[in-house]
Design a protein around this ligand. Structure first.
Ligand SMILES: [Zn+2]
Length: 391
């Protein structure tokens, strides 16, 4: 690229940071090969990044004769970020710049009070954790928040949304004034896709579709190691794939959306419905914990519900594989962590329904992610955005 040296410099610095962020430690020679920039240019940029303490040297690599090269990685304690997952138990993590968790906590939100009350609860918690870690404010590069979704079209006549008001707010605009740091909002499904890409199966598969199975159903597409966001950051809305004509109404205004059959909220609702049919109205409060306990205690009706949901999901996955032909499909979220029978059903139904013989053995794997995956993905978003702001 010609003509705009500051811009070129910025782009080159960012490519170096992005490559090292994902693949580390690397030598200058490897960096130069990965990003296709001459060794002297790479060295010049690396020297300035070392001077600014964004990178650090870590030991020496193997050499093919001659001096062993110095290896580079992100200087993890140069800045810190927070990452949060808005959920029925909202997790909050403090990470260094390498994305390693330094501290974590869980905030239990009062769901009925809506997004802003949770945001202020979070901001208090962020300050408490920052003080506990003895970090001055200027060491915090940002706060990433994985939200259940925002700015999606919504049907007003449907009040039973699992999102307690998130559909009607611009989370970035509402959250930012509450924090003395830059705030980055990402949808939960994409935040976990990001975490899977960096910390999980993404280290083995460069092109994969991530399915988020939690109180909502979502997705994220990674193509050649990059998140696909789409023209309006609206890609990956797997949960709103219409799977049944005239099916269950969805808060998005459609009917028969996959989420209405496959999320934890859908499972709890279905179990409740069947119990009601059988036992009348005296029902316990049924949430996903209840469902899993009943399943583990051998309740056959609950088992049926889980298997049927897995079947619906399997068809959805087959559709995605038919359209995108990814290297793998990864299942994440609370259901993937806790419910093998559901996932196994989805895997076998998907394999039956994939059109192409060649793609019919597409690996469908459960995520390597743990409880804090989304929060970690949101923190990762804050780190990437921090690198992007550097000139
Ligand atoms: Zn929908």
């Amino acid at each position: 690229m010609r003509g705009n040296p500051p811009l070129i410099r910025k782009i080159n610095r960012q490519s170096i940071l992005r490559v090292i962020e994902k693949e580390f430690p690397l030598s200058r020679t490897e960096l130069s090969r990965r990003i296709g920039l001459s060794l002297p240019s790479v060295s010049r940029i690396v020297d300035s990044l070392l001077e600014e303490k964004l990178l650090r040297e870590v030991g020496k690599g193997d050499s093919s004769g001659g001096r062993r090269p110095l290896l580079l990685e992100i200087n993890a304690d140069h800045r810190y970020v927070f990452g949060a997952e808005i959920s029925r138990a909202t997790s909050l993590v403090l990470c260094d710049l390498s994305g390693t968790i330094q501290d974590r906590t869980t905030v239990v939100p009062d769901i009925s009070r809506g997004p802003l009350s949770l945001a202020s609860q979070l901001s208090l918690e962020v300050e408490r954790m920052r003080e506990k870690a003895s970090l001055p404010r200027e060491m915090i590069a940002g706060v990433g928040v994985g939200t259940p979704g925002y700015l999606f079209k919504s049907a007003e006549h449907i009040t039973q949304s699992p999102f307690f008001g998130w559909h009607s707010i611009d989370a970035e605009e509402e959250f930012s004034p509450l924090f003395p740091y830059p705030v980055f909002i990402e949808n939960v499904a994409r935040a976990s896709t990001l975490a899977e890409m960096i910390f999980g199966w993404g280290r083995e598969y460069k092109t994969f579709f991530y399915v988020y199975l939690d109180w909502g159903t979502g997705g994220g597409m990674v193509y050649k190691g990059e998140m696909v966001r789409g023209r309006n950051r609206a890609s990956g809305e797997f949960g709103h794939m219409v799977i049944e004509r005239d099916g269950i109404p969805c808060y998005c205004g459609n009917r028969g959306c996959l989420e209405q059959y496959t999320s934890t909220s859908a499972l709890s609702r279905e179990v409740k419905k069947r119990l009601q049919k059988r036992d009348g109205n005296a029902l316990p409060e049924i949430d996903f914990d209840w469902v899993m306990q009943a399943y583990e205690a051998g309740n056959p009706m609950v088992r049926d519900v889980l298997v049927e949901a897995g079947m619906m999901l399997g068809k959805g996955i087959a559709n995605v594989v038919n359209v995108l032909n990814p290297e793998a499909v990864i299942l994440g979220g609370e259901i993937s962590r806790r419910c093998p029978i559901y996932c196994e059903e989805a895997q076998s139904v998907a394999h039956e329904h994939i059109f192409s013989l060649g793609a019919s053995d597409t690996p469908i794997l459960r995520s390597k992610g743990e409880v804090d995956t989304v929060a970690l993905g949101a923190a990762r978003q804050a780190i990437t955005s921090y690198f992007e702001t550097l000139v």
